[in-house]
Ligand binder design. Structure first.
Ligand SMILES: [Zn+2]
Length: 62
């Protein structure tokens, strides 16, 4: 079950569209920004019904 949502890139500030696999539950993964190619650390929050509650995008450069 893929959910389409949008986040702001923490590096370049661009609003980008991402697809989240809600069937996997809450998870963390790294996805490259399609605009500036920096590795964005995505943290997804999915409830027990597979509903996407939110996505947090943070920098992965420390
Ligand atoms: Zn970016």
């Amino acid at each position: 079950m893929l959910e389409i949502t949008r986040i702001d890139c923490p590096y370049c500030g661009e609003n980008i569209e991402i697809s989240v696999d809600c069937s996997a539950g809450s998870e963390q993964y790294v996805e490259d920004c399609p605009v500036c190619c920096q590795p964005i650390e995505m943290s997804t929050e999915v409830d027990g019904d597979g509903t996407l509650l939110g996505v947090t995008a943070s920098r992965n450069d420390e």
